[in-house]
Ligand binder design. Structure first.
Ligand code: KG4
Ligand code: ZN
Length: 356
C-alpha cells in the first residue's frame, strides 16, 4: 500500500477511557505519535465494580475539552479527525462523535468513523516503542509491513475474537466468545474474590506469586471443533471453589488467581495455534487490554516467536486513541465509505453493536 503524509487527530470514548491522540504519518512510511493522552475513569467506576454508562458519558463530556486544551492541536496541520463509532456504550460513543463533529465543523475537516476493534488490531503496529529518554516519550515507528493473510486475536473487556485479516480493512471473524469476554472474566473473578476493579491487572499481579497448578479449573471449549470461546463457566467454577474454600488465605487467593489466569491463557493459545495451523497466516496480530498481561505476552513470545507475532507495546494494549488514528490512516489512504467530508458529517452515527 502506498504511504502518504498525513496527520490525524483521533478521539476514543467507547467505554471508560477518554483519549485523544495525534499521529503524523510521513511519506517515508514512518509515523510519530505527537500526542497521546488517556484520561482513565477507574476511580469513578471502581466503587460500582464495573463501568456505569451514564457516569462514563458524563466524564467523557468533561474530559474531552480538557484533554484537547492540553494537546493544543495545530489545526492547520491536521488532515483528518478520526473517531470511534462502535462497538461500545452508546452514550459514550455519542459524546466522542458529537465532539468530533463540532471540531470538524469549526475547523472544516473531514471525519473518519472507526471501529474500535479494528483499532485494537492496528495497535499491534505500535510495537517498536522507541522511548529511551524522557525527552522523547512517544513512539516513532515504521508503518508495519503487513503480510496477508494475517490472523488477529483480540482480547479485551468486551470482546474475545479470532479474526482472519485478508487484506487491510478486510476481515472475517473465525470465532468469538459465546458469553463473557476474557477481560470480563478477569474482572468478574476479581469481583468475586473482592479484589477491586478493573480485575485484570490485580488478578495478574497476584497470580505472579501464585501456583498455577494448585487448582484444576476448566478450560471451556478448548477442544471444541471451532474457533469460539466461552469464559463464563470458568468464572462460575471459581465461584464454587471460593464458596468451598472460604475463608480464603492470601496464599489461596494467589493460587486461585494463577490457576484462573493459566486456564484463560491455555484456551487463548490453543485456539490461536489451531487457527494458525488451519489458515497459515503470514502475520499474527494481537490487541486488546488483556494483552498487557505479562504471562500471556511471554507465552505468545515462546509459542509464536517474533517476527511473525506482533504484540502492541503494553501502553497501547488498553483503549487509546493512537490505535484509532492508525486504523484511520488506512481508511484515509483508501478513501473508504467511513470517510465523511465536512458537508456530510451529519450522516455519521454511533454503532454500538458494530461488528466486522
Ligand atoms: O481493550 P480494553 O482496554 O477495553 C475494552 O475494549 O474492553 O480492555 C480492558 C480489559 C479489562 O477487562 C481489564 O481487566 C483487562 O483488559 N486487562 C487485563 C490486564 N490489564 C487489563 N487482563 C489481564 N491481565 C492484565 N494485565
Ligand atoms: Zn478496547
Amino acid at each position: 500500500m502506498q504511504s502518504k503524509p498525513l496527520t490525524i487527530l483521533a478521539i476514543e470514548t467507547s467505554c471508560d477511557e477518554t483519549a485523544i491522540a495525534i499521529l503524523k504519518f510521513n511519506k517515508n512510511g514512518k509515523f510519530r505519535i505527537l500526542s497521546n493522552i488517556i484520561a482513565s475513569q477507574i476511580k469513578i467506576h471502581s466503587p460500582y465494580g464495573g463501568v456505569v454508562p451514564h457516569l462514563a458519558a458524563r466524564e467523557h463530556e468533561k474530559n474531552l475539552p480538557y484533554i484537547l486544551k492540553q494537546i493544543k492541536p495545530n489545526w492547520k496541520k491536521i488532515d483528518y479527525i478520526a473517531v470511534t463509532a462502535g462497538p461500545g456504550l452508546s452514550p459514550c460513543l455519542w459524546r466522542g462523535i458529537n465532539f468530533a463533529k463540532n471540531l470538524a465543523e469549526k475547523h472544516n475537516k473531514p471525519i473518519i468513523s472507526i471501529n474500535h476493534l479494528e483499532g485494537h488490531i492496528y495497535s499491534s503496529g505500535i510495537k517498536n516503542y522507541e522511548s529511551s529518554s524522557a525527552k522523547q516519550p512517544l513512539a516513532q515507528a515504521r508503518i508495519m509491513n503487513y503480510d496477508f493473510p494475517a490472523l488477529a486475536l483480540i482480547v479485551s473487556g468486551g470482546h474475545t475474537q479470532l479474526v482472519l485479516v485478508k487484506d487491510h480493512l478486510k476481515y472475517k471473524i473465525l470465532g468469538q466468545t459465546l458469553d463473557d469476554a476474557a477481560g470480563e472474566a478477569f474482572d468478574k473473578t476479581a469481583k468475586l474474590l473482592e479484589l477491586g476493579y478493573p480485575g485484570g491487572p490485580i488478578v495478574s499481579k497476584l497470580a505472579e506469586s501464585g501456583n498455577p497448578k494448585k487448582y484444576d479449573l476448566p478450560r471451556p471449549m478448548m477442544h471444541s471443533d471451532n474457533f469460539n470461546f466461552s469464559f463464563s463457566g470458568l468464572k462460575t467454577a471459581v465461584l464454587y471453589m471460593v464458596r468451598d474454600l472460604e475463608p480464603l488465605s492470601k496464599k489461596q487467593t494467589k493460587d486461585i488467581c494463577a490457576s484462573f489466569e493459566q486456564a484463560v491463557i491455555d484456551v487463548l493459545m490453543h485456539k490461536t495455534l489451531k487457527a494458525i495451523q488451519k489458515y497459515k497466516p503470514k502475520t499474527i496480530l494481537f490487541g486488546g487490554g488483556v494483552l498487557a498481561n505479562k504471562l500471556l505476552r511471554s507465552t505468545i513470545e515462546k509459542q509464536i516467536p517474533h517476527p511473525k507475532s506482533n504484540i502492541p507495546h503494553p501502553k497501547y494494549c488498553g483503549d487509546n486513541a493512537a490505535m484509532i488514528a492508525l486504523s484511520a490512516y488506512y481508511h484515509a489512504i483508501k478513501n473508504t465509505k467511513q470517510c465523511f467530508v465536512p458537508t456530510n458529517i451529519n450522516k455519521l452515527e454511533a454503532n454500538p453493536n458494530w461488528n466486522f
